[in-house]
Ligand binder design. Structure first.
Ligand code: PMP
Length: 451
């Protein structure tokens, strides 16, 4: 199909996720191919993949080892169902995941996306208590501004108002406690912010513990809620409270897993052992849609019974445990080992941190939040008062459009610019991407202020 026709048909036929199609019609983009950390559109224009194709890509595009692993698996079989029948790559991957994640996690339940992995985690937690005879433990506690995907269960434990308000009538109720957001907090010391948030959780669990199945939150960084990093000791404190009040802890590592925050899994920052943990995004290096929900043996055992007892976990998707995806995931994990990727991430994290210092001086950069190669740059109208830009200006969106003109792709979170490069980005690439963001921020903020 001719390139102009492709663009036209993308407007006429597609309905893109999380996209106001009116915006898309004004600024369409059709990607033709990728190579390393760059993507190319129909015009042949090249862009840095500054958001790792929505926080997934790890080793760059067209990574030979990943391509080869998928081709090799294609020579055997592409997919067979996991309902009642296992397959080799799914078994081998389960073993690797269990080795890599905190010790108590011993069982792997596959699915195809982060949101599904979350649904599964919620249903498992809910049914775990029922299977054990605790019919009242049905509710979940979640944190303000949390995000766990877009399916109905996932939004019921999510709390990003702009995404979730419309669907309120569809959602089940969950309890919310404040996330310890440091920026714009009236308490100046992050230690106090942490302690206050933990105190609120403690009150909630003391009062309602008997009806609570689990607490669910993201690992160390609240991603879609604006890239907010938890103060040190918070997640550990949450785990201790869950233990004390006999409530499960579910940690969503969909965005943070596979090295993104500087550790293979974010829970390692605080040596926290969740009862249930979800992984997705980076699991295949950004290649194929698979996800997993890991649980402890204790949870698994609560489902192990004679069929007539109706304790079976009645859940499963057609493509779950897809062989091509599992083969890609295995190759992805091999690359982590062979190329000492985590050491590379550590060095690149320090490099990015230093380079971002220059952006802190810009008049409208209010806050830069970073853990590993997961970065949010919040733009504000007034740095002193932290007053945001007027909502209608869509400063984040406008800045990423400007970045696109300058050769870099990302998607904002409100007024926060997301910088989540593939780990395979060279130092020159990282430097170039940070320069593009700097230029785009300067140009966009000054343009908006002139109008
Ligand atoms: N949980 C978290 C923490 C996420 O960031 C996301 C996606 N950004 C999801 C769940 C949902 O994952 P998916 O888009 O694969 O459904």
């Amino acid at each position: 199909m001719e390139k102009d026709m492709l663009i036209q048909k993308s407007k006429d036929l597609l309905w893109l996720p999380f996209t106001q199609m009116k915006d898309y019609e004004e600024d369409p983009l059709v990607i033709e191919h990728g190579e390393g950390v760059r993507l190319y559109d129909t015009e042949g224009k090249s862009y840095y993949d500054g958001y790792s194709s929505l926080w997934l890509n790890v080793h760059g595009h067209k990574k030979k080892e990943l391509d080869d692993a998928i081709k090799e698996q294609l020579g055997k079989v592409a997919h067979t169902t996991l309902l009642g029948a296992a397959n080799r790559p799914a078994i081998e991957l389960a073993e690797r995941l269990i080795d890599l994640t905190p010790a108590p996690l011993k069982r792997v339940f596959y699915s195809d996306s982060g949101a599904e992995a979350v649904e599964i985690g919620l249903k498992i937690a809910f049914q775990y208590w029922r299977n054990k005879g605790y019919q009242d433990k049905t509710k979940f506690v979640t944190v303000t501004n949390g995000y766990h995907g877009d399916t109905v269960g996932a939004i019921s434990v999510g709390a990003v108002d702009i995404f979730h308000t419309t669907y309120k009538p569809l959602m089940f109720d969950s309890y919310k406690v404040p996330f310890p957001t440091v920026y714009r907090n009236e308490l100046p010391d992050p230690v106090d912010v942490r302690d206050q948030a933990l105190a609120e959780l403690e009150t909630m669990l003391s009062e309602k513990g008997k009806e609570i199945a689990a607490v669910i939150m993201e690992g160390m960084v609240q991603g879609a809620g604006g890239m907010h990093v938890m103060p040190n000791g918070y997640l550990k404190g949450v785990k201790n409270l869950c233990k004390k009040h006999d409530v499960l802890l579910i940690v969503d590592e969909v965005a943070t897993g596979f090295g993104r925050t500087g550790k293979m899994f974010a829970v390692e920052h605080e040596e926290v052992e969740p009862d249930i943990m979800m992984v997705a995004k980076g699991i295949t290096g950004g290649y194929l849609p698979i996800a997993a929900t890991l649980t402890t043996e204790e949870i698994y055992k609560a489902f192990y019974a004679d069929y007539a007892e109706l304790k079976t976990f009645f859940h499963g998707h057609s493509y779950t445990g897809n062989q091509l995806g599992c083969a890609a995931a295995l190759a992805n994990l091999d690359i982590f080992e062979k190329e000492n990727v985590m050491e590379d991430v550590e060095r690149k994290t320090a490099f990015v941190k230093e380079k971002l210092e220059a952006l802190k001086a810009l008049p409208h950069v209010g806050d830069i939040r970073q853990l590993g190669l997961m970065v949010g740059i919040e733009l504000v109208l007034d740095k002193e008062t932290k007053q945001p830009f007027p909502w209608v200006e869509r400063i984040g969106y406008q800045t990423t459009l400007e970045m696109r003109k300058l050769g870099m792709l990302s998607r904002p979170l409100g007024d926060t610019i997301v910088f989540m490069p593939p780990y395979a980005s060279s130092y020159e690439d990282l430097d170039a991407m940070i320069s593009i963001m700097e230029q785009a921020i300067k140009e966009t903020t000054s343009k908006v202020l002139q109008t």
